[in-house]
Design a protein around this ligand. Structure first.
Ligand code: CP
Ligand code: NVA
Length: 327
């Protein structure tokens, strides 16, 4: 009983938001270790309920399978109540502003996750919410994905020989992958077509973190150069949600498919990664995504464990520290 009381104690420190993964750059390694520990601790699920009595609301303006399910199940496992708010069903975007929505939800919720189009929308929600806000994907960032991806790489680190490579669009998933690799001191080399490079501001933020951690960030327009001797090959869809109207974008990606020929340049034990959903036959062949090297479903599962670690840290920091001392 006393222990549960300690676990439920909420810190009074100012709330922290997760808008991009470098918001937790210094703690990322520990957060990932926590995710791994939670995943492997059989007794944990019964005893540790840091979100007991709390509600976490999740707003979706775009479709989701992994993010929605992993938040709903993860919040429940931590003893909290998940509430999913689909864009069509709420006033946001119709008769209510982001600022008012943030203020109202903060009166009911202990944390808010938000999947939106423009990144400035989640920034605005965070600015006006008095509870922690987690970006559940914007056009610029997908921090929860990066946390799960680096957790997956860390789980398999004994078999990863070589740098992390990316082949594809310079998109939201790549942005947080670069930032997360930099935060953990992991070398990354990405190949994008000319004109589809990642945002220079994000790359420069990551470069500054990488120089502190002693790792490298390299870019090229040649997929073979990126994957040569790589320990990880990562790709994502060439056309992201919200870009469906960008006519002709796909044509720029000739030669960027991750197929059997391309992966033959990587380390023989390379890991194939994809945030999913995948457009099979477009950015990746069935032969690669279904191969023994593929860890895409581990990544999907790890979304839940990584987010459980983040939710505990952000919504009940006292419990996070207590758990650390207990185990
Ligand atoms: N990877 C990912 O975010 O998947 P969903 O779009 O299904 O949530
Ligand atoms: N880049 C993709 C990721 C989906 C999880 C998108 O934004 O649609």
């Amino acid at each position: 009983m006393v222990l549960q009381g300690i676990l439920n104690m909420k810190e009074t420190e100012p709330k922290r938001d997760l808008l991009s993964i470098d918001d937790f750059s210094d703690e990322l390694s520990q957060l990932i270790d926590w995710g791994i520990r939670m995943k492997n601790d059989d007794g944990f699920a019964d005893g540790f309920k840091p979100l007991d009595g709390m509600s976490i609301g999740s707003i979706y303006e775009k479709p989701s399978t992994r993010t929605r399910v992993s938040f709903e199940v993860g919040v429940s496992k931590l003893g909290g109540q998940p509430l999913t708010l689909l864009a069509n069903d709420i006033q946001l975007g119709k008769s209510e502003s982001i600022a008012d929505t943030a203020a109202v939800l903060s009166r009911f919720m202990d944390g808010i996750t938000y999947r939106c189009f423009g990144h400035s929308d989640v920034q605005e929600l965070a600015e006006h919410a008095t509870v922690p806000v987690i970006n559940a994907l914007s056009d610029m960032h997908h921090p929860c994905q990066a946390a799960a991806d680096l957790m997956t790489i860390k789980e398999m680190e004994n078999s990863v020989n070589g740098h992390v490579s990316w082949v594809g669009d310079g998109n939201n998933v790549l942005h947080d992958l670069i930032l997360a690799c930099a935060s953990l001191g992991i070398d990354i080399k990405y190949a994008t077509p000319v004109g589809f490079e990642p945002d220079p501001g994000v790359v420069s933020r990551a470069a500054s973190i990488a120089s502190d951690r002693g790792s490298s960030i390299k870019s090229t327009n040649d997929p073979i150069e990126a994957v040569s001797d790589a320990g990880v090959i990562y790709t994502d869809v060439f056309v992201s949600m919200g870009e469906e109207g960008m006519k002709g974008k796909l044509e720029a990606f000739g030669g960027f498919q991750v197929n059997e020929n391309l992966v033959s340049h990587a380390d023989s034990e390379y890991l194939f990664m994809h945030c999913l959903p995948a457009h099979r036959g477009e950015e990746v062949t069935d032969g690669v995504i279904d191969s023994e090297n593929s860890v895409v479903f581990d990544q999907a599962e790890n979304r839940m464990w990584a987010q459980m670690s983040l939710l505990t840290r952000m919504c009940n920091e006292a419990a996070w520290h207590t758990y650390n001392e207990l185990y």
